[in-house]
Design a protein around this ligand. Structure first.
Ligand SMILES: Cc1ncc(COP(=O)(O)O)c(C=O)c1O
Length: 1009
């Protein structure tokens, strides 16, 4: 240590008249100290390295003063003048060497590198801050800034002689990027704006506010690299560091560019060199690391960004610089592909120069292949090449056409498979947007050149779901303008006569459609795509794009219909999210919240997944209604088949009712042998209440605190979750609420072995209370796991003893299995069975119809007989043949696919994963629940169990970002519920646990752990 704290405190007192406490900060070459004055003000004391020249510090001070004067909202340390009025002082170190010293005010914040996550908004704010730097500095100048600075991308030529230090893959990389610098950046230099730049917005210099909820980017620290250079380098440097470590650097970069452009407009010339300046800065960084490694092998700080820098260089090698350019243009709201407008204008002039690549009769059929298409059936139909082929053929036959058209710019369901997946920065993403147009026709159909041109390239892109044989034609239609057309899914022999450079005429036969064995296993069709920039590809070009790059790819590949007919193609327009929300606000009852701050529009389900309208896939951990999996093909078929034949009421005889009730009763204890089929869980509970009241001639009900049983009048009356919640008016006189038997945070906890009995004693007291009023209980109603209460598992003996108390007083016992039934609990088909009780009435809802409105009440013969008192019980829809067909199929699927066992095994596995997380993260206070009916509770403090409600909501929202649907519940909304479709697998569980793990590490979640 070159300075003692004591000496420095003396120095500060003498020169600045401040007293306080000092501590050293980590630094590269300078010595930096954090100083807190006794008046509570914070400063940074900066002692320069021996080589530092005064004029450099003067430059920094002048620039800092200029930023303050411009006052554009940047927060930057201010230089403090000494008592003698100096900004730069001198101090002697222990070796009696004199160093320059400055005192600056301290700006609160964390360095960007330590912030997690780097959300799109944060990236945008980083860009915006850098833009403000440029905006502030555009009229600043200083003679010292006109200097050599090795970190300045524009001065990157100095690295050239050092490139030979690398070998192998690294050598290839550095050569590639250096060439890019020479070919793309240097020639453009004369057209770029210049200014004095801060020049060092790396991730250890950018400050982020301490607010973890909504972090801002107030400014930067360390002005040592200031230089006069091309203004755009400010952004290039910020990008070079902020996109390191990102799975999809281009996606991250777009946000930064957008933010920068919002505060400082980027010119088109600057955008055209941005990518190469980014990579040049990264190149300088790896060269410096290499030089430093040789010079100072002991100094790891100097090499801090080495590995991520190489990783970034490897990643960006896969990115076409032209594509990056278009992404940047798009982020600045410019037409991504600059040739697009040229193409449009040529199309207007091109009458007679273009023909259809396939001939079809007068009638055409536009197919709906969108994610939510109702024409194509379940996802199985879309993913199974035979079924897809059959379906399209059938649609064409029905319409009497020989050619049908698949739309351009359509988000498609069949691209949601792993063949089209890629890792985005927060979640997986799929290439779902179709950027060509399809013409479905018989294999062997002739394919013609759309206009005059030459064969640019051809290839057989073999592999399932690929293009198969493909030809790309080049059309040089003007001296300075050419475009390409791509013909995919051809027959293998189409390539035999293909020859690069061969001239073809408009309408000339160039190929024939391939069959499934040669065309990538698709129904025979031509994929026809217009391409304005081939991005150096040959014989292949992406025909589908990521939804977040839609604007870019449809700019590169314009609408083929426009080329062929001069008019845009027919789009399959659906309502936007905004339109739906607006409509709902006006015309649909408002007291239903819509999930998520940015709502999701779901258009398809399949197994454990839901798909939004862009084809983004979500792992569903919350919709237990889709019990055997979303849109289970067998259940769908059962409903569709019956629906096509008969659906009527139960006054007529039908086999389905018998088969369904028979199968359902097989799962029940023998005494529960009469069923009433209804249409929802609420209706089931409503009827259960009537049965109980009728049987006992009483109306007093015993219910759980925070219990929920449905939305009808009578159900709300027995739902403390509602009448004790917002808008509720408390319990009716005949409703008696007992404490929720929650052994985690309730009256009696898991440490108490007789907690179950003690909770049951409250039921006994409620019974006594009813009796003291001269009445008797009609019933007790409980879920075997209290779902809305926060996935509360009932303690041992509670249900048994509670039932005993109620029955002794003449009441009946209702088990609400609407959430928990049908094998979800794993160890038993009905969750009450895990408590060794047999209820008098069981109500069933959600899972039994797998999404179809179906509910059932099952009871004893005695209760049913007493209900048969002359008043008829008619239910128009309950028990109709379609519902029964569906219910029966659900029961069969549960059995035949072993879903109860799956719930047990995967449930245990998942719970184990959550328990491991609980060992690591203090914020998880409890993990509970049987089978696939799990909850985990977030707390700010494990002792006080203070609910971490905001963190639970944050976690659920972040999971959505990561493509996982999850929801919160419980009286404090701090319990994350996991009750997925029962086809949930170990792999799904691993995916879920990994995502929770990564979010738990984010700053917002770590505040309390
Ligand atoms: C335990 C329980 N019972 C009954 C119901 C009511 O079912 P439905 O919404 O189908 O009417 C629900 C609904 O969430 C529930 O969770």
């Amino acid at each position: 240590m070159k300075f003692s704290n004591q000496n420095l405190l003396e120095f500060l007192k003498t020169n600045f008249g401040v007293i306080g406490a000092i501590s050293a900060l980590p630094g590269e070459l300078d010595f930096n100290y954090f100083f807190q004055s006794d008046k509570g003000k914070s400063y940074i004391l900066k002692i320069a390295n021996l080589q530092e020249q005064r004029q450099n510090l003067e430059l920094q001070n002048a620039l800092i003063a200029h930023l303050a004067e411009k006052n554009l909202g940047l927060e930057v340390s201010q230089v403090v003048k000494s008592i003698g009025g100096n900004e730069i002082l001198e101090i002697e170190d222990e070796d009696s060497k004199t160093r320059f010293v400055r005192l600056l005010t301290w700006v609160e914040g964390r360095v960007y590198a330590k912030v997690n996550p780097h959300s799109p908004l944060l990236l945008e704010r980083l860009g915006e801050m850098c833009g403000k730097l440029c905006q502030s500095l555009k009229d600043f100048d200083h003679p010292v800034a006109h200097r050599f600075m090795k970190w300045d991308p524009s001065q990157g030529e100095w690295i050239k002689p050092h490139l030979d230090r690398f070998s192998g893959q690294r050598k290839e990389l550095v050569d590639y990027y250096y060439q890019l610098f020479e070919n793309n950046a240097i020639p453009a230099f004369s057209s770029l704006r210049k200014s004095v730049n801060y020049n060092d917005a790396n991730d250890y210099n950018v400050l982020v506010s301490l607010n973890v909820n909504d972090p801002h980017v107030p400014g930067v620290i360390d002005f040592g690299d200031v230089v006069y250079t091309h203004t755009i380098n400010e952004l290039a440097i910020a990008l070079a560091y902020s996109i390191m470590g990102k799975s999809d650097p281009l996606e991250a970069a777009a946000h930064v560019v957008r933010g920068f452009n919002s505060s400082f407009k980027i010119t088109e010339q600057e955008l055209s060199v941005l990518f190469s300046l980014i990579t040049t800065r990264v190149l300088i960084s790896v060269v410096c690391s290499e030089l430093n490694r040789a010079e100072h092998p002991e100094n790891t700080y100097l090499q801090i960004s080495d590995k991520p820098a190489w990783d970034l260089l490897i990643k960006l090698k896969e990115v076409s610089p032209d594509l990056a350019h278009m992404v940047f243009r798009s982020a600045c709201d410019l037409e991504p592909c600059s040739l697009h407008l040229e193409f449009n204008s040529w199309v207007r002039e091109s009458k007679g120069l273009v023909t259809f690549p396939i001939s079809f009769g007068k009638n055409s059929l536009w197919l709906d292949l969108s994610v939510g298409s109702l024409e194509m059936g379940t996802m199985n139909h879309l993913h199974d090449p035979d079924l897809l082929d059959k379906r399209i053929t059938e649609l064409m036959l029905n319409a009497g056409v020989s050619v049908s058209i698949g739309r351009y710019n359509e988000a498609r369901a069949f691209y949601t498979t792993d063949s089209f997946v890629s890792e985005g920065n927060d979640s997986l993403k799929w290439r779902t947007i179709h950027t060509g147009m399809d013409f479905f026709a018989k294999s062997g159909t002739e394919v013609y050149a759309a206009c005059d041109g030459t064969i640019h390239s051809y290839a057989n892109n073999e592999g399932d779901r690929d293009y198969g044989p493909t030809i790309i034609l080049e059309h040089r239609v003007k001296k300075n303008f050419k475009f390409y057309t791509l013909y995919g899914h051809l027959s293998s022999d189409s390539l035999l006569s293909a020859e690069v450079g061969k001239v073809v005429k408009k309408g000339e036969l160039i190929a024939r459609l391939g069959n499934r064995s040669e065309n990538g296993n698709w129904p025979p069709h031509l994929h026809f795509q217009v391409i304005l920039n081939l991005l150096d590809k040959k014989g292949d070009f992406p025909g589908v794009a990521f939804a977040d790059q839609r604007k870019i790819w449809i700019s590169i590949s314009p609408d083929p219909w426009l080329l062929l007919t001069g008019s845009p193609s027919e789009q399959n327009n659906k309502l936007t999210k905004k339109e739906i929300v607006e409509f709902r606000k006006k015309h649909v009852g408002k007291n239903l919240s819509i999930s998520y701050q940015v709502p999701v529009k779901m258009v398809r389900g399949n197994g454990v997944f839901l798909f939004d309208d862009s084809g983004k896939r979500y792992l569903d951990t919350v919709n237990n209604v889709a019990h055997v999996g979303h849109e289970h093909p067998r259940v769908v078929a059962a409903g569709q088949q019956q629906m096509a034949v008969l659906n009527t009421n139960t006054r007529y005889l039908h086999d389905n009712l018998v088969k369904f009730v028979e199968a359902l009763l097989e799962t029940m204890p023998a005494e529960l042998n009469v069923a009433y089929i209804v249409n929802s869980g609420s209706e089931a509970n409503e009827l259960a209440l009537r049965l109980a009241k009728n049987f006992t001639s009483q109306k007093d009900m015993i219910v759980s605190e925070v219990g929920y049983h449905g939305n009808t009048n009578a159900c709300v009356e027995i739902s403390s979750y509602k009448f004790d919640g917002r808008g509720g008016k408390g319990a009716a006189p005949h409703v008696h609420v007992v404490p929720i038997p929650d052994v985690y945070r309730g009256l009696y906890q898991s440490s108490d072995p007789s907690a179950g009995t003690k909770y049951a004693d409250h039921v006994s007291k409620a019974v006594e209370n009813i009796q003291s009023l001269g009445r008797k209980p009609a019933a007790i109603i409980f879920e075997p796991v209290i779902s809305c209460g926060g996935q509360i598992e009932l303690p041992l003996n509670f249900l048994k003893e509670a039932y005993h108390h109620v029955r002794k007083a003449g009441g009946v016992c209702i088990a609400d299995e609407v959430q928990t039934g049908c094998g979800r609990a794993g160890n038993s088909f009905w969750t009450f069975q895990q408590h060794n009780v047999v209820p008098d009435i069981v109500t069933i809802g959600k899972p039994i119809g797998n999404g179809h409105p179906l509910g059932v009440v099952v009871t004893t013969q005695a209760i049913a007989d007493s209900f048969n008192n002359g008043m008829e019980y008619f239910n128009t829809f309950g028990g109709n043949p379609v519902s029964c067909a569906i219910g029966l199929e659900v029961l069969k699927v549960i059995k035949e696919e072993g879903l109860q066992e799956n719930a047990k095994v995967v449930g245990q596995y998942l719970k184990g994963g959550l328990q491991n997380l609980m060992n690591e993260f203090l914020i998880i206070g409890d993990v509970r629940g049987p089978g696939l009916f799990i909850g985990f509770e977030l707390v700010k403090n494990r002792e006080t169990k203070e609910p971490a409600t905001e963190q639970a909501s944050y976690l659920a929202n972040r999971m959505r970002d990561k493509g996982i649907l999850m929801s919160t519940d419980g009286p404090f909304n701090n319990v994350l519920k996991i009750k997925p479709p029962m086809v949930f697998s170990r792999a799904n569980s691993d995916f879920l646990i990994a995502a929770i793990n990564s979010v738990l590490k984010e700053d917002f979640m770590k505040t309390f752990s």
